[in-house]
Ligand binder design. Structure first.
Ligand code: 13P
Length: 365
C-alpha cells in the first residue's frame, strides 16, 4: 500500500468517530474562525480596536459560555486562537483546552483565502492553501484540532457565473484539501459556498448547486476521500439576496432537501449549513424548515448548522467589548434556537435575536 493510503488507513476509525461526534443530533458548530481582518470589521461595529488582547477577550467569552456544549458540538478556530491563551479572568489556560473541557471539539480553518481565478469570469476566485497543508495539519492535530475547514466560493450571475472552470477548480481544491487533512487525522469540512449576491430565483440556485455538489463529490471520489470521515458545509438553497420574489422558509426547506438528496451520498454523516448573510432568526427558521422537509422524506444525514454571523451577531453587539454575561446570554440564545432547529423543533421567535440582515456583498471570511 502506498504511504499516503496507509496514513489514511491509520486514522480511518478516528475520523469516523470525530465526524459522528460532530453530527450529534440537536447540535451544530460555532464558526469562530474569522480572519484577523474579518473580526476587525465586527469589532469596528462596536467601536472596539482590533488588538490581540481584544480578540483574546472575545474568544475567551465564547470558550467560557457555560452550557454551550449542549447545542454546540464543535468550534472552528482561526490559527491565532488555536495557539492563544485565554484571559486571566478565564484562567489563562489555552483557549483550545477550555473548549475541550466543555466537550466541544476544536477545529481549524486551513484555507488561506481566495484569489482571482485566471481564465475565469470577472470576480471568480480559487481557494489557496494547499502548499505545506500536510505539515500544518499535523501541527494543528498535535495542538488538539480534530477537524478542518476550507471555504471555496462560487457566485451566480447573469454574466454566466459560475463558469465551468470555477466549478471544477474549486471542487478539485476541496478534494485535494480533504484528502490531505484526512491523512493527518483531521475531518475535512467541505465548504462549497454559493454566495447570495444577485437577483436570481431559488430554482436557478438549485440547478447551479446540484451541478456544484455533483462535481465536488466526483472530485472527492477521484481523490479517495473517506466520506464517513468528512462533513459537508453548503449554503442553503436560497434565492439571490436581491430576488424580487424571495421564497419562504418552507420553499427553502423543500428546495434544499431536494438539491442535497440528488447529490450528496448517504455515507456523509452530517450536512452543516453556513448562514451566508441570513439574519439570525431567518437562519434558524430556514434550518428548521429544512429539517421538517428532511423528516418528511427520511433524509439520511444529520442536518445541522455551522454558523458564523447568525450565531455571533447579537453576542458581539451585547458584549460590546465589556459585558461578558450579556454576550454569553445572547450566544446561548442563538445556540439553543439552532439546536432546536436542527431537530425541526424551533418555535419561531422563541429566542431573542437581532433582526439585522447580515448580508455583505461578495463576503470574505
Ligand atoms: P456564516 O455563517 O457567517 O456564513 O459563516 C460561516 C462560515 O464559516 C463561512 O465559512
Amino acid at each position: 500500500m502506498p504511504a499516503d493510503a496507509m496514513a489514511l488507513e491509520e486514522f480511518r476509525e478516528q475520523l469516523a468517530a470525530t465526524a459522528a461526534a460532530l453530527a450529534e443530533p440537536g447540535t451544530g458548530l460555532l464558526a469562530a474562525d474569522e480572519s484577523t481582518g474579518t473580526i476587525g470589521k465586527r469589532f469596528e461595529a462596536i467601536g472596539l480596536e482590533n488588538t490581540e488582547d481584544h480578540r483574546r477577550a472575545y474568544r475567551s467569552l465564547l470558550a467560557t459560555t457555560a452550557g454551550l456544549a449542549e447545542h454546540i458540538s464543535g468550534v472552528i478556530l482561526f490559527e491565532e486562537t488555536l495557539f492563544q491563551d485565554s484571559t486571566e479572568q478565564a484562567g489563562g489556560q489555552p483557549l483550545v483546552e477550555l473548549f475541550q473541557q466543555q466537550g466541544i471539539v476544536p477545529g481549524i480553518k486551513v484555507d488561506q483565502g481566495v484569489e482571482p481565478l485566471a481564465g475565469g469570469l470577472a470576480g471568480e476566485t480559487w481557494c489557496t492553501g494547499l502548499k505545506g497543508l500536510g505539515e500544518r495539519a499535523a501541527r494543528y492535530y498535535a495542538r488538539g484540532a480534530r477537524f478542518a475547514k476550507w471555504r471555496a466560493v462560487l457566485q451566480i450571475s447573469s454574466a454566466g457565473c459560475p463558469s465551468e472552470l470555477a466549478v471544477r477548480e474549486n471542487a478539485w481544491g476541496l478534494a485535494r484539501y480533504a484528502r490531505t487533512v484526512q491523512e493527518h487525522g483531521l475531518v475535512p469540512i467541505v465548504e462549497p459556498e454559493i454566495l447570495m449576491d444577485g437577483d436570481h430565483d431559488i430554482a436557478t440556485t438549485a440547478s447551479v448547486q446540484e451541478w456544484v455538489l455533483r462535481t465536488v463529490y466526483e472530485a472527492l471520489a477521484v481523490n479517495g476521500v473517506f466520506l464517513e470521515g468528512s462533513l459537508l458545509k453548503p449554503s442553503m438553497t436560497l434565492a439571490g439576496a436581491a430576488c424580487p420574489q424571495p421564497p419562504n422558509a418552507q420553499e427553502v426547506g423543500a428546495f434544499t432537501v431536494r438539491t442535497l438528496s440528488r447529490t450528496v451520498p448517504a455515507a456523509v454523516p452530517a450536512i452543516l449549513f453556513l448562514s451566508g448573510g441570513l439574519s439570525e432568526e431567518d437562519a434558524s427558521l430556514c434550518l428548521n424548515a429544512i429539517n421538517q422537509a428532511a423528516d418528511a422524506v427520511g433524509a439520511p444525514w444529520h442536518l445541522g448548522f455551522s454558523f458564523g454571523r447568525a450565531l455571533q451577531h447579537s453576542c458581539i453587539k451585547h458584549w460590546a467589548g465589556h459585558d461578558l454575561s450579556a454576550g454569553q446570554a445572547a450566544l446561548l440564545a442563538r445556540a439553543r434556537a439552532n439546536g432546536a432547529a436542527s431537530r425541526g423543533d424551533y418555535e419561531p421567535g422563541s429566542e431573542p435575536s437581532d433582526d439585522a440582515s447580515l448580508f455583505v456583498a461578495n463576503y470574505s471570511y
